[in-house]
Design a protein around this ligand. Structure first.
Ligand SMILES: Cc1ncc(COP(=O)(O)O)c(C=O)c1O
Length: 430
């Protein structure tokens, strides 16, 4: 069916390791190659139309090629693409972010979520003068050394608990606790007095399938970190603008010290941000001793895309979030009913415009351990069938299905029908 993609993949493998530019883009036997995208659709190299439920792993909250963003980017490109000197747009965007996120006084722009979390951790270490960091099993914060320990996303998919090529010294200061296990956090804090700089967490875990915080876990984490002088970093690279316009921190009413944003911030353009309390952020160079820099950071094209995205999100606001939540909850319910009807044990977690099904009979999925009990082989069967039916979800149990504002009811009806076929294929494979 995808013979053109097969040929392109063979060629790619000669010059690109494993033929892909990021690990989860690969799936067996070879990924499809994309020609173009628009709204909630992508077209492969043979012009086959797919409903996109991957949405740039969450980046495309507003869908592909949102009109206002395209207009802003084209206008900016006519004025130049990179200056490496300040622009008024950077300040405008920082103000907009700060208005949406009351915990953020000032913002430093970077290019990727990974750069944002790396900077956030360095800032926390610089501020507290402590070395250790606390992360949570299954949370993914980018592909840099300190956090590539028991990470989710591709690292979980390929069973790489800690990547080769990372010196032991880079991870000995990384403490790992189970998500939603407050007792575990207490223990680690007790065992490491006055030496933990920060706790970094995805407030909603979206890299181990989808896992929601439970039993006031985030509130209690906030309390214990404050009591012990540990900075709390919310990695909202996925959840920022997606769970609500003020991210998961607004939804759960927890105020972190530092926040990282990415993905939906630029709605498809490479821009991310680290922001937080002024007294912490002021440590960044050149005013302070914590170094961070990048040639492309705050480039005017990505910045104008982010301003346009934020203007659209600001205009659509609650109407968009309410509509997306209705579509997503409805889809999750239908998918759950389908699995029940086919007699397939499962759990579904969903929030806002994100959902994931786990093929498991082990009950609720509330942590990394629970997610690992899910039958990833069944997920692959479902994924392939969905693709055959014209629906593209991320090709891993340890990712999430994302809706975008470009999806209409009839698109989600089509997605639900494809899930029906996908889960039937799971049943037939028994
Ligand atoms: C929660 C979270 N943080 C950080 C990152 C890293 O972002 P990037 O891929 O832009 O470096 C990701 C990427 O998926 C993510 O999901």
């Amino acid at each position: 069916m995808y013979s053109t993609s097969k040929k392109r993949f063979e060629k790619a493998k000669l010059v690109i390791p494993s033929g892909v530019t990021s690990p989860v883009r690969y799936f067996e036997p070879y990924p499809f190659f994309v020609k173009k995208a628009d709204g909630c659709h992508m077209w492969d190299t043979r012009s086959r139309k797919l409903v996109d439920m991957c949405n740039g792993y969450g980046a495309l909250l507003l869908g592909h090629r949102r009109r206002e963003i395209m207009r802003a980017v084209i206008k900016q490109m006519k004025r130049g693409t990179i200056y490496c000197a300040p622009t008024a747009q950077e300040t405008e965007l920082a103000c907009m972010i700060s208005e949406n996120f009351p915990s953020i006084d000032t913002v430093r722009f970077v290019n990727t979520g990974g750069e944002a979390t790396m900077t956030a951790i360095r800032l926390a270490r610089g501020y507290t003068k402590r070395d250790k960091i606390l992360k949570f099993q299954g949370c993914y914060h980018g592909a840099h050394d300190a956090v590539l320990v028991e990470a989710g996303s591709g690292a979980a998919h390929y069973g790489i608990p800690t990547s080769d090529g990372i010196p032991e010294q880079s991870t000995t200061n990384t403490l790992v606790s189970e998500y939603n296990d407050y007792g575990g956090v207490e223990q680690l804090v007790r065992d490491n007095p006055d030496s933990i700089a920060c706790a970094i967490i995805e407030p909603v875990m979206a890299n181990m399938g989808l896992i929601l915080p439970q039993d006031d876990f985030l509130q209690r984490l906030r309390k214990i970190t404050r009591q012990h002088g540990i900075l709390l970093i919310f990695d909202e690279v996925v959840t920022g603008f997606r769970v609500s316009s003020g991210g998961a921190q607004s939804h759960y009413n927890v105020r972190p010290d530092i926040t990282t944003l990415g993905k939906a911030l630029g709605n498809g353009f490479g821009i991310a941000a680290v922001g937080g309390d002024r007294k912490v952020m002021d440590l960044l160079a050149p005013g302070g001793p914590v170094y961070q820099a990048s040639t492309f950071a705050g480039n005017p094209v990505a910045t104008s895309a982010a301003i346009a995205s934020m203007k659209v999100m600001g205009r659509l606001k609650e109407k968009m979030y309410t509509r997306l939540e209705r579509l997503c909850t409805g889809l999750a319910r239908i998918v759950g009913d389908i699995a029940t009807d086919y007699g397939i044990p499962h759990r579904i977690n969903s929030i806002a415009s994100m959902m994931q099904i786990f093929f498991t009979d082990a009950g609720e999925v509330r942590d990394h351990r629970g997610a690992l009990k899910a039958d990833a082989a069944r997920f692959q069967i479902m994924f392939k069938k969905l693709l055959e039916e014209g629906v593209f979800i991320a090709p891993s149990q340890f990712e999430v299905a994302f809706l975008s504002n470009a999806h209409e009811d009839h698109d989600i009806d089509m997605v639900a029908a494809a899930y029906d076929k996908g889960i039937k294929a799971v049943r037939d494979a028994r």
